[in-house]
Design a protein around this ligand. Structure first.
Ligand SMILES: [Zn+2]
Length: 140
């Protein structure tokens, strides 16, 4: 039986029909140019206090700015994916820095300045057997 694949949160990335790759969705201020990710539910720009935000699709490729490899399951319930895992910051050419998980078979491939590309991947399976998806970046 095919498993349901559900995003960890609605509205983080596009789900194109076919032939196109998903992209992260951000908000861009039409007045001051500021970018936000995740997109703002309400259309207010915190920089210029105007209601001038519109949804934009962000670049699929960026560069690693920083990363950490986590070897043990963190306390609390905020992370339900596999361990060890890596996360950090990625700079996109659009002019925004975003926090993300990284996906790689070899953590040695993670280096500051390395080019990475967006992937939408399973994070964990929920109690109903659904595959819960999230966005990650992988070295290219
Ligand atoms: Zn603004």
């Amino acid at each position: 039986m095919e498993k349901n694949r559900i995003p960890i949160k609605e509205g983080l990335w596009t789900t194109p029909a076919s032939g196109e790759e998903p992209q992260l969705i951000g908000s861009k201020c039409k007045a001051c140019g500021e970018l936000f990710f995740p997109r703002k539910e309400k259309g207010w720009c915190i920089h210029c206090q105007q209601e001038t935000l519109e949804d934009v699709r962000l670049s699929r490729r960026g560069k690693i700015v920083s990363f950490s490899v986590v070897m043990q399951q963190p306390g609390g319930d905020f992370y339900k994916g596999p361990v060890p895992y890596a996360y950090g910051c990625v700079d996109l050419p659009d002019g925004i820095r975003i926090e993300s998980l990284f996906t790689t078979d070899d953590f040695n491939e993670l280096k500051v300045g390395r080019d990475v590309e967006l992937r939408i991947e399973k994070l964990y399976e929920d109690d109903e057997g659904n595959e819960v998806l999230t966005f990650k970046f992988t070295p290219i």
